[in-house]
Write a protein that binds this ligand. Structure first.
Ligand code: UD2
Length: 311
């Protein structure tokens, strides 16, 4: 069994990744500063004697290095980040610190203390508004936000370290991740988390545009599985892979599923299309299958059924 360090462990994707690793029998150390992560997300993990936790900021000088020097983990899964695109636009400096600089510190800690593997939370945002669907990793990244740019720069930093210092780096370009523990609080939260909350409250949802826009929605359980494979599977080579399903679902498709569970909810409200919105986004899942042996397991229907059941 391996010992894995997870940064951003109390976040949406982080906490599911921790749970997955613990269920597979690994030892897990989590780090989080609770800027956007939540203690409640680690309730299940906290019951395991194989889980340890440090309340620390990855970007703080020496913080990560100290933990890695002591633990010498088998892998680092780096999920700590400034996670909001609008926040990266409002505060590019903070985006640089929390996304680019923090990733450089992870790369350096791995180099200095000979951690053989790093898994990194990248994003479909590196593709910007490319319309060459489905999006393959080989097309040039053309980010249209400081967030997307930081994710692309971070991939390069890590892959440069991989080539120069012999570590294995896996960069995961997550598509539209959904599932339990996703925070619906902001208007820019993931659309599924917002729809879920509105239906529970018996309120109408707002659709920006005609609802025919599509996304490649992937369950957080699949994302956690991909992270666990990338951190622990022997013999992997460094590279970048989309973590997606390869299936397009429209907002109207989503609403149909919600309405099955909440038939009494008021009709939708139609709003103007959101500025900067892309119409379609779809990932090609082939590289993740070839490089990791990963394919998504959970359909959108199954994922929504679970979300609606457990909240
Ligand atoms: C995701 C990111 C966004 C940016 C973008 C890059 C999230 C949550 N958002 O946006 O920050 O990185 O990818 O491609 O990760 N919508 C509604 N009603 C609502 C909320 C959303 O109609 O109440 C629409 C929204 O206008 C969009 C679609 O739903 O057309 C999906 O929205 P989203 O914010 O969940 O995801 P996305 O891919 O637009």
């Amino acid at each position: 069994m391996a010992h894995i360090l997870v940064t951003g462990a109390a976040g949406f994707i982080g906490s599911h990744t921790v749970d997955r690793l613990l269920a597979a029998g690994h030892d897990v150390t989590g780090m989080d500063n609770f800027r956007t992560g939540r203690r409640a997300n680690l309730e299940a993990a906290g019951k395991s004697s194989r889980f340890h936790f440090h309340e620390l900021d990855v970007a703080a000088p020496g913080a990560l290095d100290g933990v890695v020097a002591r633990l010498r983990p088998d892998a680092i899964i780096h999920l700590a980040a400034l996670v909001s695109v609008p926040e990266s636009v409002a505060n590019p400096e903070l985006n640089y610190t929390l996304n680019v600089h923090a990733t450089h510190l992870v790369a350096e800690a791995a180099r200095t203390h000979r951690v053989p593997r790093v898994v990194f939370a990248s994003s479909a945002a590196v593709y910007g508004d490319s319309t060459a669907l489905p999006l393959h990793e080989s097309i040039a990244g053309r980010p249209i936000s400081p967030y997307g740019a930081a994710k692309l720069a971070s991939e390069s930093i890590l892959l440069g370290h991989a080539a120069a210092f012999g570590l294995t780096v896996r960069c995961h370009r997550y598509f539209n991740v959904f599932g339990p523990r996703q925070d619906p609080a902001s208007p820019y939260s993931g659309v599924i988390s917002i729809f879920d909350r509105r239906h529970r409250e018996g309120k109408a949802v707002t659709i920006y545009g005609d609802g025919k826009q599509t996304r490649d929605f992937i369950s957080v359980h699949d994302v956690a599985a991909a992270n666990a494979i990338a951190a622990t599977k022997p013999g992997l080579r460094s590279g970048v892979a989309n973590i997606c399903t390869g299936r397009a679902t429209s907002l109207l498709d989503l609403l149909k599923i919600f309405r099955k569970h909440f038939p009494a909810v008021p009709p939708l409200v139609q709003g103007e299309p959101r500025a900067g919105d892309i119409v379609h986004s779809l990932g090609a899942p082939d590289e993740a299958r070839a490089a990791l042996g990963f394919t998504s397991d959970v359909t959108v229907e199954e994922g929504l059924d679970e979300l609606i059941r457990v909240g």
